[in-house]
Design a protein around this ligand. Structure first.
Ligand code: NAD
Length: 473
């Protein structure tokens, strides 16, 4: 029997888990407790669409309660099913551990294709789903905190907050019940770009190690490297834009639902987004040519391949055709466990999802903290920093007898705004976490891939948490 992509996804996560577990000394029972999904809530609810009622299938899975709240996005897709949500929730637990975000993992899924509904209908579906979560205590600032994922964004998060607040009138921390909200509705600056920006920091960090680049036969640094991206949604577009604008990479291929385009001269992602908004397709973008087969994006020779759409996109059937040196898993689970074996044999370096796309949950953590503190980051220290720096610059002027221009002075004496602190916290998290994962690989000679190293890093931290809780003394 042919297995569905989703079955392979959950199986792949567990296969990777088992592979890593062998490198730890965690007792068997504890390993099993870490691996399984603690709570799986499947729901069906009616929503009136036009003149008819549709019964919507949806899920919320809390993978691990070793830390609370649990945390993970909500996916809107016609492909959603229980195993997919379980796989995604499991990955969230490991992801949070890797980047030291003190949450358990969770994920939500609503089996709808957002393209089929107008905004009003999507609002009805989102609000109804939230009500189901409230009824079963599957949402709350200290319980379970959703965020955006495939097919959802800040708009849906605003509807979730509004619904939650209506049912929990007067709850002072209500805004922390969901993250990824619009900036003017208790959100945080830099959340929308966070996952893509994190992927950029991950790639940049990987390419900063001379010895690792040498082993791959490439020069260190992102400048001038070629990149191919699958999926021009939230994660894919920000990864592309930031890698171009801040890293000097050249995006030579982009794959979307309507097809794949290629241009050896490079595709400006911002211009491509404008073009797609205008024409409704990426096909025909000036200077690019369309590939005959959409799935052939994997075959384009490039330095870095960025799957940023859905799981199981690189599988046993196409892994041999990959010509990239590095694959950065912006999406969750884009490579099946079978494909990974082939890719590793080919000497391709994989930056694993549970680290590469952890920028989203990292900045969600900052947003949650901001909501609980009821204060914008930087409010207390911005003016103090500015005044201190201004005093130093003025002293340098006095002592040297020179005058620094107004623009330079403004730059030198700027106090940190919320966006500066968010980006700084995100960059530090991605740099430190990469270093930690790489160290695991260096220390344990038998570990040859970053995914296993990342898993070992996560499992050790989670096991320690369980032991500290006294559950497994
Ligand atoms: P999104 O809905 O904003 O974008 C996904 C894009 O992929 C869409 O434009 C869609 O048309 C395209 N796509 C779907 N199937 C495709 C195919 N077969 N070929 C080419 N393009 C295809 O979703 P997103 O939020 O960017 O999420 C993408 C991936 O990143 C998912 O795996 C998600 O779980 C993961 N992720 C997202 C976040 C986040 O903060 N949004 C955080 C961590 C991980």
């Amino acid at each position: 029997m042919m297995e569905s992509k989703q079955t392979r996804f959950y199986e792949s996560v567990n296969r990777n888990f088992n592979k890593a577990a062998e490198f730890t000394s965690i007792p068997k029972g504890l390993l099993e407790q870490i691996r399984v999904c603690n709570s799986v809530y499947q729901m069906k609810f009616p929503v009136k669409i036009g003149n008819q009622y549709e019964v919507i299938e949806a899920y919320r899975v809390q993978h691990s309660h070793h830390r609370l709240p649990t945390k993970g996005g909500i996916r809107f897709s016609h492909l959603v099913n229980q195993e997919e949500v379980m796989a995604l929730a499991s990955l969230m637990t490991y992801k949070c551990a890797i980047v030291d975000v003190p949450f358990g993992g969770a994920k939500g899924g609503v089996k709808v294709s957002p393209r089929k509904y107008n905004a009003l209908q999507l609002e009805k579906i989102t609000r109804r789903y939230t009500t189901e979560l409230i009824r079963k205590n599957f949402i709350g600032p200290g319980l379970d905190v959703p965020a955006p994922d495939y097919g959802t964004g800040a708009r849906e998060m605003a509807w979730i907050l509004d619904t939650y607040s209506t049912f929990n009138h007067g709850e002072i921390d209500a805004a922390a019940c969901v993250t990824g909200k619009p900036e003017n509705q208790s959100g945080i600056r830099g959340r929308t770009e966070a996952t893509g920006r994190g992927v950029y920091y991950a790639i940049r960090q990987m390419l900063s190690y001379e010895e690792d680049c040498k082993a791959l036969g490439i020069e260190p640094g992102l400048e001038g490297k070629t990149m191919v991206i699958q999926g021009l949604g939230n994660v894919g577009s920000y990864t592309g834009m930031i890698s171009q604008d801040e890293g000097g990479a050249s995006v030579i291929g982009v794959s979307e639902i309507e097809g794949t385009i290629y241009s050896p001269e490079g595709i400006d992602i911002q211009q491509l987004l404008n073009y797609r908004k205008d024409k409704g397709t990426i096909i025909g973008f000036p200077g690019s040519k369309k590939l005959d087969v959409r799935e052939d994006w994997v075959k384009i020779p490039c330095d870095i391949l960025v799957p940023a759409a859905l799981e199981s996109q690189i599988h046993k059937g196409n892994a041999k055709s990959v010509k990239a040196k590095v694959i950065a898993e912006a999406a969750n689970g884009p490579i099946t466990a079978d494909a990974e074996e082939i890719l590793l044999k080919k000497g391709i370096l994989i930056i694993p999802d549970m680290y590469a796309n952890a920028g989203g949950v990292t900045v969600s953590y900052f947003e949650w903290l901001k909501n609980l503190s009821h204060m914008r980051f930087g409010r207390m220290e911005k003016r103090f920093q500015h005044n201190s720096l201004y005093a130093i610059v003025s002293m340098v002027e006095r002592l040297t007898g020179t005058t620094i221009g107004d623009r330079e002075k403004d730059l030198l004496t700027k106090g940190a705004e919320e966006i500066d602190l968010v980006r700084s916290g995100l960059e530090d998290t991605m740099v430190t976490s990469y270093h930690n994962i790489r160290e695991v690989m260096k220390r344990r000679k038998k570990i040859h891939d970053l995914r296993t190293a990342a898993f070992v890093n996560a499992l050790d931290k989670i096991a320690n948490d369980y032991i500290r809780l006294g559950i497994f003394p």
